[in-house]
Write a protein that binds this ligand. Structure first.
Ligand code: B4P
Length: 192
């Protein structure tokens, strides 16, 4: 089983690269952002609560996203592996993920962090905001709040994986293909 965490600030390209990774390696894509947006579309109580927070650019409570991931892991017992996209976003989420995977005897192989400048992040998200319909992409103030949340609460998650010697950093600037190639080079090492 190959379990990878794709990491980076909002707009770094986690969702974009995940799509390519699932096509090539047949892994299951678990994006907490997508799962939350699906709850919003369905109008569930969880979705209604999450929407208030996401529209402001702040993180949803740990127990909510941990519960969603736990359900998805149970629903995909025969998976070849998982790409965790946008999760874990706090150290508490990282610890919970380790516990969930310990039960499966399939720990995280590695984290791949996409490094992108703040100016490029804002540019990408505003561009997507023009037609994505995502309120959190349309407003520069909300984008800055998301980047601040990332720096305050999510960036420390890199240290968590560094301490386990599972951290890999790659340049997230460039074409989608160039970045995918860098990710493939890291995955080759895990598949050997
Ligand atoms: P997410 O859905 O995870 O979204 P993201 O961080 O905005 O995007 P991502 O990095 O995947 O960027 P993408 O590839 O799409 O989170 C949204 C919100 O949900 C959070 O703010 C939070 O409130 C909540 N949430 C989610 N998970 C949570 C958790 N675990 N705990 C608590 N709260 C949680 O790329 C962005 C754009 O860039 C796209 O338009 C893409 O086409 C473009 N792009 C990608 N690569 C490019 C490249 N190389 N060059 C140019 N453009 C590129």
């Amino acid at each position: 089983m190959l379990n990878l965490v794709l990491f980076g600030p909002p707009g770094a390209g986690k969702g974009t690269q995940s799509q390519k990774l699932i096509e090539k390696y047949g892994l299951i894509h678990l994006s907490t952002g997508d799962l939350l947006r699906s709850e919003i579309t369905q109008g569930t109580p969880l979705g209604l609560e999450a929407k208030k927070l996401m529209d402001q650019g702040v993180l949803v409570p740990d127990e909510v996203v941990i519960g969603m991931i736990s359900t998805k892991l149970d629903a995909n017992k025969d998976a070849k592996g998982f790409i965790f996209d946008g999760f874990p976003r706090t150290v508490a989420q990282a610890e919970a993920l380790d516990s969930l995977l310990e039960a499966k005897k399939a720990p995280i192989a590695g984290m791949i962090a996409l490094e992108v400048t703040d100016a490029e992040l804002e540019h990408r998200l505003l561009l997507r905001g023009k037609d994505s319909g995502r309120p959190d992409d349309a407003n520069p103030e909300v984008i800055r709040k998301r980047v601040k949340e990332y720096n305050d609460k999510t960036a420390p998650v890199a240290g968590y994986y560094k301490s386990q010697h599972k951290f890999n950093s790659i340049n997230g600037m460039g074409t989608i293909e160039e970045i995918f190639h860098s990710i493939e080079e890291i995955i080759k090492g895990y598949l050997q």
